[in-house]
Design a protein around this ligand. Structure first.
Ligand SMILES: Cc1ncc(COP(=O)(O)O)c(C=O)c1O
Length: 428
């Protein structure tokens, strides 16, 4: 019998249009090296390596033993968890939310963000996203058939004036503006007044706002990342996403929240009701314990990141790198020394660091062309491992000509080169 013709699978064009996984090569090499016995230090993904608080795990186990806790749950989450999220907003940001209509539980904030795009965007609609870009911000919009305009995030005033410019000149006007502070990957932060200006612009030009506050629990030296929802009028036109992945070390649990405008959240809930049956109840019960009882652990975790930030930034400066010290988040957005940008792009340099230095970093080019010239280094390894990584980077690349003469510089991002709307994949 002759073989039948191979069956041709035709996937949707929205899937075909997605770029190939740029970080795949780096990850494949990392696993290959680890299998061969190399001790590779991973500063690639923002995937916390510390565990959640003991009491949170204990509650998960206890709740999982209850035979009543294993059924389907409504997709917006249980009311007691939504109440706890509302309490945290009052405590931390002075924002009052109605847990019935202004809080939705998501399977991680990324799920919430993507489905919110699906709920709000369609063919012909445009969203403004920050650039360089966390990939889900671009592809959440693209998968919802929307168009993306990527605006440089480095200079916050310029970002605002560019939004106004696009709104004045684009027809139809943008429907949505995505904000992300502390920003991944560039670590840019803002003060509360910035959000007041955003609300004014949103009212003037009629766009909705999605604020991604994924790193809201991690601020340094007294800086507390502000909430968009604390701006007067924000609840009329925007939704903010928060997560337990970062500050609570619960990334694998997939617990995130969408809070804000009730109509936008209703649209999200409608979409979610068709896609998921809600989060495993024991996870929701344990998340309540985490939100209610572990503020001190979250603060301590933030201080751990601050210590790691100091080790990494000081070490890179000693090697002669021109480093902007971040005041929040889990990343150092390291400008590649000119000696290396003249020879290779960020992907090639990241590959060199892995091949010859046993250190994984995320190439800035993976976040779109505006990220070219930078490496993103995450703070998930402990201080000793970071010191080891610095020694390995030093051995691999050598010191820069100006090593040892760097004045310290706080945030105030230099403008990266020209941006492109399409980053290459999702390094987390
Ligand atoms: C800016 C930003 N938003 C959202 C997420 C995803 O968070 P979650 O685990 O809640 O889906 C990340 C994770 O890396 C992120 O960097």
């Amino acid at each position: 019998m002759t073989d039948p013709q191979p069956f041709k699978i035709e996937v949707a064009s929205r899937v075909e249009r997605l770029p190939s996984y740029l970080f795949g090569r780096i990850n494949a090499l990392m696993y290959q090296k680890r299998r061969a016995g190399s001790d590779v230090i991973d500063m690639g993904m923002g995937n916390p390596s510390d565990p959640p608080a003991d009491e949170v795990i204990d509650k998960l186990v206890e709740a999982a033993r209850d035979p009543d806790n294993h059924g389907y749950i409504q997709s917006i989450g249980i009311l007691n968890l939504r109440r706890e999220v509302a309490s945290k907003y009052v405590r931390r940001h002075g924002v009052r939310l109605d847990p019935e209509s202004q809080v939705v539980v998501c399977l991680g904030s990324k799920e919430g963000f993507s489905h919110m795009c699906l709920a709000l965007m369609g063919p012909g609609d445009t969203a403004i996203v920050p650039s360089p870009s966390y990939p889900a911000h671009v592809y959440g919009v693209a998968l919802a058939s929307g168009n993306v305009i990527a605006l440089e995030v480095a200079d916050s005033e310029k970002f605002l004036s560019n939004i106004a410019y696009v709104c004045q000149h684009l027809y139809p006007k943008p429907k949505l503006v995505v904000l992300n502070y502390p920003h991944n990957p560039s670590a840019v932060t803002v003060d509360p007044e910035f959000f007041v200006e955003v609300v004014k612009l949103a009212r003037r030009y009629g766009f909705m706002v999605l604020s991604d506050l994924a790193y809201g629990d991690i601020g340094f030296e007294g800086y507390q990342p502000p909430s968009f929802l604390s701006a007067p009028g924000a609840l009329d036109l925007g939704v903010e996403f928060t997560t337990m992945s970062k500050g609570y070390n619960m990334a694998g649990w997939r617990v995130g929240f969408a809070c804000g405008n009730a109509e936008m959240l209703k649209a999200l809930s409608t979409v979610k009701a068709y896609y998921d049956y809600g989060m495993f109840l024991p996870i929701q019960v344990a998340a309540i314990v985490a939100l209610r009882h572990t503020d001190a652990a979250v603060e301590a975790q933030s201080q751990i990141y601050e210590g790691r930030r100091n080790v990494l930034c000081d070490g890179l400066k000693r090697l002669g790198w021109d480093i902007t010290v971040p005041r929040a988040g889990m990343f150092v957005w390291a400008k590649i020394p000119p000696r290396w940008t003249r020879q290779m792009d960020s992907v090639q340099l990241a590959m060199k660091l892995l091949e010859e230095g046993d250190v994984v970093v995320s190439p800035g080019g993976g976040f779109g062309a505006a990220g070219e010239g930078y490496l993103r280094m995450s703070l998930v390894e402990n201080e000793n491992r970071l010191r080891q990584a610095l020694r390995q980077i030093g051995r691999c690349l050598g010191p820069e000509p100006n090593a040892g003469v760097q004045p310290p510089r706080m945030e105030g991002m230099p403008s990266p080169p020209v941006e492109s709307p399409i980053p290459q994949n999702d390094p987390g």
